[in-house]
Write a protein that binds this ligand. Structure first.
Ligand code: PLP
Length: 385
């Protein structure tokens, strides 16, 4: 199998699997219990929290575990809006993950003003539009660090400067950058930042939200004393242990992984561009996470390419995992100005830690032929593309 859908999810790292399995076999205690088997689990959770905080350049006390990246995003935006009832405006971008877009749509139904800032054809947010959108009633700006479909990295530091000058809280969804590039809360300057374990070779169903000390935020779930009273409920202990270990491994591998993935992606990019005519690269030339490649194969339906590659055990994606079943054209590709028929011809390939040079060679051996055959079947005249 050649798995090129690492932005949708990543395989569990064997070290993470081992750590979780061992934990599940040996620790059933409730971390809120005061006797030793509970305290021990609490300490293990603290270690995981420490590992994640360290990787983000944060303090342990600033990390709240959640059930997913989606939950972290919802918590950040709704939590701040709820904590600042006198401010009723939320600003985000047109290319966010549905976790933020739909939170914005929900807030609209509650009478809040929500602005979706447009982006350039290469996916960079329109900074002047953002500046104009901020008013004294703006509670929070949420702009993703990198986009999951096209990989474009946003100028978060600049956005933070603009927002801070006007006293506005900033959240970034770093689900797609954490583990792929440097994500440091103080360098970025954000107040809130979302991450998710299953994008970094950890388990599904666990995420985290970084909350800078002093940020006004209302609890997400009320109940017990877990997660500093912000997200009650007995912790997903094994998931948290796995997340901590995944992040420990990330830190250990660091730049090595980034370089290797960037090199593999570069040779895939070059191979595709050399071998396949009439394609369009979607995203920014340089400001992007290097392992994400999104191409429109003009004249074709991406689904046909995806299914043909699937028969060869090569797995890619037509958009974000969350929108895969929807009939609509990707909102991201629409926002960068692609016509619907071009958006529908777009395929995302996202590389990860376990990809090899052989994987790239396999794709480059199969994909050009598949595209050529599909174009032949559809009787396309290359001059019409
Ligand atoms: N934000 C981004 C940018 C994502 O790519 C994803 C997942 O695809 C999420 C949020 C949601 O994360 P989770 O799957 O943990 O809910």
């Amino acid at each position: 199998m050649v798995y090129l859908d690492n932005n949708a999810t990543t395989p569990l790292d064997p070290r993470v699997c081992e750590k979780m399995t061992e934990f599940l076999k040996t620790h059933f205690g409730n971390p809120s219990s005061l006797y030793p088997i509970g305290r021990e689990v609490k300490e293990i959770i603290t270690e995981a929290r420490e590992s994640i905080a360290h990787a983000l350049g944060a303090k342990r006390t600033d990390i709240v575990f959640t059930g997913s990246g989606t939950e972290s995003d919802n918590f950040a935006v709704r939590g701040v809006m709820n904590a600042l009832p006198e401010k009723d405006e939320f600003i985000t971008s047109a290319i966010e993950h549905p976790a933020i877009i739909e939170t914005g749509n929900y807030l609209k139904t509650k009478g809040k003003k929500v602005t979706f800032v447009p982006v350039s054809p290469d996916g960079i947010i329109d900074i002047d539009y953002l500046k104009d959108a901020i008013t004294p009633r703006t509670a929070i700006v949420s702009i993703m660090h990198a986009n999951n479909e096209i990989g474009t990295i946003q100028p978060i530091e600049e956005i933070v400067r603009i927002a801070k000058d006007r006293g506005v809280i900033v959240h970034t969804d770093a689900v797609q950058t954490f583990g792929k590039t440097d994500v440091h809360v103080d360098k970025l300057g954000v107040d809130l930042l979302s991450i998710s374990a299953h994008k970094v070779y950890g388990p599904k169903g666990v995420g985290a939200l970084y909350i800078r000390k002093g940020t006004p935020i209302s609890p997400l779930i009320c109940g017990g004393h877990q997660e500093s009273l912000l997200r009650a409920g007995t912790e997903n202990t094994a998931g948290i242990v796995g997340f901590g270990e995944a992040v420990r491994v990330l830190c250990e591998r660091g730049e090595k992984d980034h370089r290797r993935i960037a090199n593999l992606a570069e040779s895939l990019k070059k191979g595709i561009e050399d071998k396949i005519p009439n394609i369009k690269f979607n995203g920014h030339g340089t400001k992007r996470i290097k392992g994400t490649l999104n191409y429109s194969f003009l004249g074709l339906e991406a689904e046909a390419i995806l299914l043909s590659l699937g028969t060869k055990d090569i797995y890619v994606s037509t958009g974000s995992a969350c929108s895969e079943e929807s009939e609509d054209v990707s909102h991201v590709l629409s926002a960068i100005g692609l016509k619907p028929e071009i958006a529908r011809s777009s395929v995302r390939m996202s590389l990860g830690r376990f990809n090899t040079k052989e994987d790239i060679d396999r794709v480059l051996a199969e994909l050009p032929e598949i595209v050529e055959k599909l174009r032949e079947i559809s009787g396309l005249d290359p001059d019409d593309l």
